[in-house]
Every structure is written in C-alpha cells, then in structure tokens.
Design a protein around this ligand. Structure first.
Ligand SMILES: [Zn+2]
Length: 482
C-alpha cells in the first residue's frame, strides 16, 4: 500500500512594533527579566487592555500581501488555559472571526509553482517564559514576552513533503521581512513554526490522525522533524498500529519526535469574546491606504531582476530571497551597472564567505563589512582592466577584513594590473628562456604546454599581468621562433 503525507503549518511571527499589543511596555529583546512588564501584561485584576493600532496595521498588511480577505469586523477572544507563564489564565487571541481569511502563498519547488492556501491570519499576544531547574527548586517567571504581539498564520493542509514545508516557510519569511512586519529571526524566536502532520493511504480523501510537532527552531529542524514523523506514522499504519492524536516535541540531539501531551481540542479552551475589548471594526479607507504602502514583494522583484537585469533564474532567486541582499545588489548597481558581474560576486563569493564563516540564517547584510559601493567600485576596476578578476578575489578578502576601499587596497598592495606590452614582453622572454624544453614541446605540436607557460608568466608577474595580453604576446613570440 502507498501512503500520502498531509502537512499543515502554523507560524507565529513576532511583529516589529515598539510596544506590546495591549499595553505600552517595550518589546525590546534581551532586556533583564521582567524589565518589560506592567500590571496589564502581568495580568493584574482590574486592568484594561487597549489594542495597539500598529498591530492591526501590520496584520492587514500581511493579509493584503497574501491575497487574503480583510474582515470588516473581527473579534478578540479569550483562550483559556492555566500555565504560570500566563498570569491572566487566558491568552487574548482570535477565534471565530479572525482578521484575515482565505489567502495563499505561492512556492516554487524544483522549478514548478504550487499554491499553499492560508486558512487564516490572526492577531494574538505571546505568553511569558518559565525557567525551571536553573535556581534550585524554584521556577523563575519572566514576563518580558507576555503581551508581545504575534500573528498566527495557519496554512491549509496543502503541503505534501518536507521540502515543500521548507520552501513555504522560506517564502513566507521573505514576504514578512519585505513587508517589515517581522524580522524572521528563528534563533530569537521571532519566527516560530508548529507542524501538523498526518499520513493516509494514497488516494484517500479522509485525513489520518493528526500529530502536532513543536519546538522547531530552524528550517532544518522543521524538515527533519516532518521526515521523521512521516516515516513513523507510515510504519504505524503499515503495521495497523493506532496513531494517537497528540502534541510531540522535536528532540534536536536525538533527531526524533517524542510525545509531550495529548492534543487539546478547541472546546477545551472555552473560547469566548473578550468583554474588555470591543469588536474590531476596520474602515475600508484605511485598508486602501495600507495597500498603497505595500512594497514590491519577493516574487515580483525576482521577475523584475530577470527582465530588467537579464539575470538567470537561479541568481535572481538567490538575490531576491532576502530583501537586504536585493537592496544591497541594487544600490551597488547605482554605482556601477554591471548586473552579471555584481550578481556573481554576491552569489558566488559573498555567499561562500557567509557559509565558511557559518553566518548562515542569522546573517544580515547590515553586519557585512563591505559596503555596496565598495563592491561596485571593485567590479568597476575589473571591468576597466585595472585589476584582473583573480586579483579581485584578493581585494575582496582584503576589503572584508580591513574595511578599506578597493582603490586603497590596490594602491597599498601594488595590485594594479600590468597591461603595457614592454614589461609583459620582458617577462615572456624570461619564461621562454628558462623553459626551453616546454617551448620545444609546444613547437612540436603539444598545445597543452601553452597553459603551463602562461602560468609561469603569471607567477613571474605575481598575477598582475593582463592575461589577454600575455596570451597574445606569448603566441606571437612562439610563432616568430617556430
Ligand atoms: Zn505591559
């Protein structure tokens, strides 16, 4: 029997607001425990929440960017559960009437496109954090996170593989980053994902028992956990074992999921409209106004990079998958308009160094030491023939560690390309005289030796000779002797 996995993802994205969703406390990360807490987010009796307008604006922005319907009126509801990181005993969220419904995110996988539908996008507050085992028998409670605004973005179960899940998350994160809605930092927890996974016999239209996986802190964790779960459930089905509806935790070290608790159903939470907050009624004119502020989104920017700059699919994709990198490329283009050259240095060398230095998913161009205009000036030096492409690599690495401009580095290190025929001729003569055996081999028809001789000349000129001139002069000299 063949089986088919069915996957839906729930993403929690922390919104880039200055203050929390229902009070004036700061949302700043990394402050001392409970520095960002007040009676409202600490859940004291008698306090009143006031909805932060910016949160609504960012939710609408996300809804518009994903083609969702923006509900003219929606409700903030209490989701009741007791846990010490949530002093009120309930979380303010949205249930029956979320702010956005019926959107979609289009992903690209192995060259083909697929639409992943969005069930809903709703606003809610984050809970605080408990730390156990750090202070003897006592548990510590930090409420800095309580009341931090989140968007919960829920997909339909349209995803079929771990790779599709990864592509969906990367695309969604790029959209949120482009919108300036969320910084997408998975390590700090501002972009989190839970995965709902079930498996059913291929061709069936009934869903299998759903398992929710939590504690997924990286794209890699999401993909691995889904793969593990698909395998585990497929084996269980094949052996006719019952699959429990439960929440499981991903254990990064052991690379497996294990049971955490049996899954609550919606009715366990006793949702009801929060009596402290009026229904949220949104003015159509405000939605129209927000629509005018939408930036160019990743897929549109990629298409433009392919037509405007004649870049191939692969390079356009890599450059636009992150807004900061696409911006970096375009600001370099304003200094020196060689799209292919700049794209090669970014996609090739910059990405390689980011990987080598293990900056990967936490890498931001703001922390990159080479300014866009310096990269552009270096490519210009190459295009003007002032340095060779090979010397460019040396200049690139030197810029990285010194912060100097390419001109400075070329001048200080004496890296300028030698193009004048006189000095190249001297080097060519010298190499010919020193390699009589190879010269004879070339003249008796062994063309391959030519490359060796060029290499010797480049070595003698410390890589600074213009390679094209070296080729011409060497050819002419050898021909005149032959
Ligand atoms: Zn507060």
């Amino acid at each position: 029997m063949k089986y088919e996995p069915v996957i839906g993802l729930e993403v929690h994205a922390q919104l880039l607001t200055e203050s929390k969703i229902f009070c004036g406390c700061s949302t700043q990360f990394g402050r001392g425990p409970n520095d960002n807490a007040c009676p409202v987010c600490a859940g004291f009796p008698g306090v009143l929440p006031v909805l932060n307008k910016k949160v609504v604006e960012l939710a609408i922005k996300t809804g518009l960017a994903t083609g969702s319907e923006i509900r003219p009126s929606s409700i903030l509801a209490r989701k009741n559960y007791f846990y010490p990181d949530l002093p009120k005993g309930y979380q303010i969220s949205q249930y029956e009437l979320p702010i956005c419904v019926n959107g979609a995110v289009e992903i690209e996988i192995d060259g083909s496109r697929k639409r992943i539908r969005l069930t809903r996008i709703h606003m809610e507050e984050d809970a605080g954090k408990n730390i156990h085992d750090a202070h003897g028998d006592a548990s510590l409670v930090d409420l800095n996170r309580a009341g931090v605004p989140l968007l919960e973005i829920v997909s339909e179960p349209d995803i079929r593989t771990a790779a599709e899940a990864g592509a969906y998350l990367r695309t969604l994160r790029a959209i949120l980053q482009y919108l300036g809605v969320c910084d997408g930092n998975m390590e700090e927890g501002s972009f989190r994902c839970d995965a709902n996974v079930s498996v059913r016999p291929a061709g069936s239209d009934v869903f299998g028992t759903k398992v929710e996986i939590k504690n997924l802190n990286s794209f890699k964790a999401v993909e691995r956990a889904i793969e593990f779960e698909i395998e585990r459930q497929t084996e269980a089905l094949a052996e006719n074992t019952t699959i429990a509806q439960e929440t499981r935790l991903w254990d990064e070290n052991r690379e497996e999921t294990r049971p955490m608790r049996s899954k609550e159903s919606a009715h366990d939470y006793r949702y009801f409209p929060d009596p402290d907050l009026l229904p949220l009624v949104i003015d159509r004119a405000w939605i129209a106004e927000i629509r005018t502020t939408l930036p160019e989104l990743p897929s549109a920017r990629k298409a433009r990079f392919m037509t405007e700059y004649a870049l191939p699919d692969y390079e356009a994709e890599l450059l636009t998958s992150r807004k900061d990198i696409a911006d970096y490329f375009e600001s370099a283009m304003r200094v020196h308009a060689n799209p292919k050259g700049l794209a090669n240095w970014i996609v090739g060398d910059l990405f390689r160094i980011v990987k080598e230095r293990k900056l990967d998913e936490q890498f931001y161009i703001a922390a990159w030491p080479v300014a866009s205009h310096s990269l552009a000036e270096m490519v210009r030096l190459i295009d003007q023939g002032k340095i060779s492409g090979r010397i460019g690599k040396t200049v690139f690495e030197a810029m990285l560690d010194s912060g100097k401009t390419p001109e400075q580095i070329v001048r200080e290190k004496g890296l300028e390309q030698v193009s004048d025929a006189g000095s190249i001729e001297v080097a060519v003569e010298h190499v010919i005289a020193a390699n009589a055996k190879q010269v004879a081999q070339f003249q008796s028809g062994n063309e391959k030796v030519f490359g060796f001789l060029v290499g010797q000349i480049m070595k003698a000129t410390q890589g600074k000779a213009n390679p094209q001139k070296v080729n011409e002069i060497l050819h002419a000299k050898l021909r005149s002797r032959g």
